[in-house]
Every structure is written in C-alpha cells, then in structure tokens.
Ligand binder design. Structure first.
Ligand SMILES: [Zn+2]
Ligand SMILES: [Zn+2]
Length: 122
C-alpha cells in the first residue's frame, strides 16, 4: 500500500512539474528521472485512477494518443509540435469565437489546437 501511494505521488509530481500535458510514456520518463522505479503498466493504472478521481483530464488531439493534464486548470488551448510530439499549454484564448457560427446557432464550447514546431525543434 505504501509503495502504491508513493508511486501515485511520483506520477502526480510528474504532472505538476511538467506544466504541460503528458502522455503515459512521458510520465514514465519524468517519474524515472525523479528516482521513481515504476513500469508503464503502473503509469496507466495511476492515470486511470487519477481520471476517475477527476484529478486529471484527457487532452484529445485528432490522430494522436491522448495526453493528460490537471483537471483544475482554467480554460486554455494547446500547441502540438509535429516533430517531437510534445503538447504545450497556450496562455490565452482568442475568445469571441461565437461570431464564426451562423446566425441562430448557439455556441456552447470550442477547442483550438495550434500545430507546428516548438522552439526546441524549430
Ligand atoms: Zn518539438
Ligand atoms: Zn478558448
């Protein structure tokens, strides 16, 4: 039980330290870098548990495996680097996207993902 708690905490720490959405392999790498000994199966189990607790939420990018981020984050958007595959948080939202919808339509939400090359890859 102690071991399980420690591993779960290492995974939480990895998400909090990253400051951007992470996929399971990235979580594993980050947790190992911090001295944690766990396997990919443990990471998947922990992510599922943290999703069930509503501590994490999935970030969906078309054609990509899901990444995960803290559920408590305020509304924001993402940048997906096509070369390294990392997903970054964008600070601002253009807002006022309702104007794009035809007259009479009610916009309830929007998703916006920028793609390209991150600073490390550009
Ligand atoms: Zn990149
Ligand atoms: Zn927005």
């Amino acid at each position: 039980m102690q071991r399980k708690t420690t591993q779960r905490q290492a995974i939480r720490d990895a998400f909090m330290a990253a400051g951007r959405p992470l996929g399971p392999e990235e979580v594993l790498k980050a947790a190992k870098k911090r001295g944690s000994t766990l396997g990919i199966a443990t990471v998947y189990r922990a992510i599922n548990a943290l999703l069930a607790e509503a501590w994490l939420q999935a970030v969906r990018i078309p054609g990509e495996p899901a990444r995960y981020e803290l559920r408590e984050l305020p509304h924001h958007h993402h940048f997906h680097c096509k070369r390294c595959g990392k997903v970054y948080d964008l600070k601002s939202c253009p807002g006022k996207l309702e104007a794009l919808a035809p007259a009479g339509f009610i916009v309830q939400s929007h998703e916006l993902t920028l793609t390209g090359l991150c600073a490390d890859c550009a």
